[in-house]
Design a protein around this ligand. Structure first.
Ligand SMILES: [Fe+2]
Length: 186
């Protein structure tokens, strides 16, 4: 399925985030997810995998576009709302990826697509800081794991993320710890 309009570049993505009233701290988070996503995407391209870097950039930068509208409306699923916003903006391809950044619908393993990279990159960033998966899930459990049910869901998500990590790094000559060495200035 093609987008109805051209995939926006960095400036266009930032304009869209602002149009939907995304606060600065969420924008910085999205930019850091793009730092991680770009590193992974470029590394996979060097290993001859197909990654659409323009689609990946827009998806990383826009993955939390539904977050602030959710806070305002009290809606729960910022991934679903994000997809709806992007569909309204004519960015169907970006919406398809953004809708999977919390719950991945594509196969967890091969072939690696932009949706796997966005899903994983988001799990390596807390606010605008790059962290290990372990730290990210400790943070998620402390923040959202109020009930046994929520903690169970987070455990499933953690295993899913480890599976995606394995699938991504099977294609690369370095390990997940390289992500932690990326520059943290954006
Ligand atoms: Fe995020």
């Amino acid at each position: 399925m093609n987008s109805l309009v051209a995939i926006p570049g960095e400036t266009g993505c930032l304009a869209l985030l602002r149009k939907h009233r995304t606060p600065d701290h969420i924008i910085r988070h999205c930019q850091m997810v793009w730092e991680v996503g770009r590193f992974l995407g470029e590394s996979l391209v060097r290993e001859n995998l197909h990654v659409d870097m323009l689609l990946l950039r827009a998806s990383c930068l826009l993955h939390d576009i539904g977050k602030y509208p959710c806070i305002l409306s009290g809606a729960k699923n910022h991934d679903v709302l994000g997809e709806q916003i992007l569909e309204q903006e004519g960015l169907l391809n970006v919406g398809r990826i953004v809708s999977q950044h919390v719950i991945l619908r594509s196969q967890k393993n091969r072939p690696i697509g932009e949706e796997h990279i966005v899903f994983y990159a988001d799990k390596r960033v807390i606010h605008d800081e790059i962290v290990s998966l372990e730290n990210r899930f400790t943070y998620l459990t402390n923040t959202y794991g109020k009930t046994a049910q929520a903690r169970d869901r987070l455990l499933i998500m953690k295993q899913e993320t480890i599976d995606v990590e394995t699938a991504i790094f099977e294609n690369l000559t370095f390990g997940p710890e390289e992500i932690s060495k990326l520059s943290t200035t954006i």
